[in-house]
Design a protein around this ligand. Structure first.
Ligand code: GAL
Length: 461
């Protein structure tokens, strides 16, 4: 049995647009995902989150489901336009406040610690249409104002805050490749949006630390990163793998932990990468109380020497061109139904890379999990593939901890099947199966197993 530290936090995660539904209920304003998902062709099967898991109306039952799982922490996100319909504090939607108040109370009454993400991609549509969303520096002020409202209403009970989920995805998939809302394609905008995301995060943290220190909570940002393993032992490939990690994770983590962008990005991007003023970087540096990490997969990296292979996974939208790295997967690796390779040792290497680069920060794995082709047979979903995935990755987390990594918690993605962005409902990540006709939830084999993991505070070898 691989045992975890006694104070290790076991959780599971979701996000507002992916589960809540009630897209137009009780005064909620539209988000960029409401708009984007209704454009024909943007989401597989033209699906959308209008109803999703209908968590908005089934919240109490869902908390009981978490309790039955023995969950210690639940990571969810607040829908910004459910609280501020046009994104600004001009109007505060009390029904939205009420919903999250009830959710938080319900969690605490059942012994589950809320971990709240302020931004998991559902930007108020008005801010995008009228203010250019993440492309406008003013977004930092709008975000900090929204964050203040959340601290005011919920901070007496919420002690774990995550400002922004996955800056890389927002910037690269939303503004580079255009496959996520707001669907823009550019090789300049991702770096501008990314810059404003960092500033917005820092401003929201400043508000928390200056005005709400008495609430005594922790606040940080969650980045996502795959592991990049050099394809060969050559210096060129090793440098390419390193460069790929810098263009992925260090892009956002270096400013926060080291006070500047990675040198490789500065050199290669020229004036496409904005600069921080001294005042800004003083706010950014040291602005995370913990290192939130979402991790799913690994790819092999090789130096492209200016010649990118066609059909690479990230071969459009500027990113691969900018880092000049070719990415492949080893054909012998097993894959999830997202096509993501299952490589637990990559998880351990990434955790150790973070540990060394950022001088041993407290890390929280805020997402990890897998989509698999689940089938309900006689009321049972026997997802041994997902169970094996999580067991493998938890083993890797454990081994990283043995090597000194300060990993404090693990949140399985996801509590239940939900709206998987551009893939719609076709990709199931949940440890609870959701029948999207009846909306009934059923624990999969992985849920029953995860309950035991939590209970034993350990995972079998
Ligand atoms: C993350 C994201 C989640 C979920 C997951 C699986 O990037 O934060 O919302 O979709 O990936 O793809």
């Amino acid at each position: 049995m691989k045992k975890f530290p006694t104070d290790f936090i076991w959780g599971s995660a979701t996000s507002s647009y992916q589960i809540e539904g009630a897209a137009q209920a009780d005064g909620k304003g539209p988000s960029i995902w409401d708009a984007f998902s209704h454009i024909p062709g943007r989401v597989q099967g033209n699906e959308h989150g209008d109803v999703a898991c209908d968590h908005y109306h089934r919240m109490k039952d869902d908390v009981q489901m978490m309790k039955a799982l023995g969950l210690q922490a639940y990571r969810f996100s607040i829908s910004w336009p459910r609280i501020l319909p046009d994104g600004t504090t001009k109007q505060i939607n009390q029904a939205g406040i009420e919903f999250y108040n009830q959710l938080i109370d319900e969690l605490l009454a059942n012994g589950i610690e809320p971990w709240v993400t302020l931004y998991h991609w559902d930007l108020p549509l008005a801010l995008d249409m009228e203010k250019d969303g993440w492309l406008n520096k003013d977004i930092a002020t709008y975000f900090a104002d929204y964050a203040r409202v959340c601290y005011q209403y919920f901070g007496d009970r919420v002690k774990n805050w995550i400002t922004i989920n996955e800056p890389w995805v927002i910037a690269m998939l939303g503004y580079g490749q255009g496959i996520f809302a707001p669907g823009r394609v550019s090789n300049r905008e991702p770096y501008l949006a990314g810059h404003h995301i960092i500033l917005a995060h820092a401003k929201a943290v400043k508000v928390y630390r200056e005005e709400f220190a008495h609430q005594g909570g922790k606040i940080g940002i969650t980045n996502n990163c795959d592991w990049r393993e050099p394809l060969t032992d050559s210096v060129l490939d090793k440098t390419a793998a390193q460069r790929a990690l810098e263009f992925f994770l260090a892009w956002f983590a270096d400013p926060v932990y080291l006070g500047h962008y990675p040198e490789t990005m500065v050199e290669r991007l020229g004036d496409r990468l904005p600069r921080f003023t001294d005042e800004e970087i003083a706010e950014v540096k040291g602005s995370s109380d913990f290192f939130g990490l979402n991790h799913y997969t690994t790819m092999l990296a090789s130096d492209a020497g200016g010649e990118l292979l066609q059909g690479g996974v990230y071969g459009n939208g500027g990113l691969s061109e900018d880092q000049d790295v070719n990415l492949h997967v080893d054909p012998t690796w097993e894959k999830t139904s997202m096509g993501w390779a299952i490589v637990p040792w990559g998880c351990q290497k990434l955790l150790e890379w973070i540990h060394h680069r950022y001088a041993g920060p407290a890390i929280v794995m805020t997402e990890n999990g897998g989509a698999f082709p689940d089938e309900m047979k006689n009321g049972v979903v026997d997802d041994q593939d997902r169970l094996a995935y999580v067991r493998g990755y938890l083993g890797a987390c454990h081994d990283a901890i043995e090597n000194g990594v300060q990993l404090k918690g693990y949140m399985l993605w996801s509590l239940m099947d939900n709206f998987e962005w551009a893939s719609g409902y076709a990709k199931r990540f949940g440890i609870h199966y959701v029948d999207f006709e009846t909306l009934e939830r059923t624990p999969k084999a992985s849920a029953l197993w995860y309950r035991e993991v939590i209970e034993r505070n350990g995972v079998e070898e």
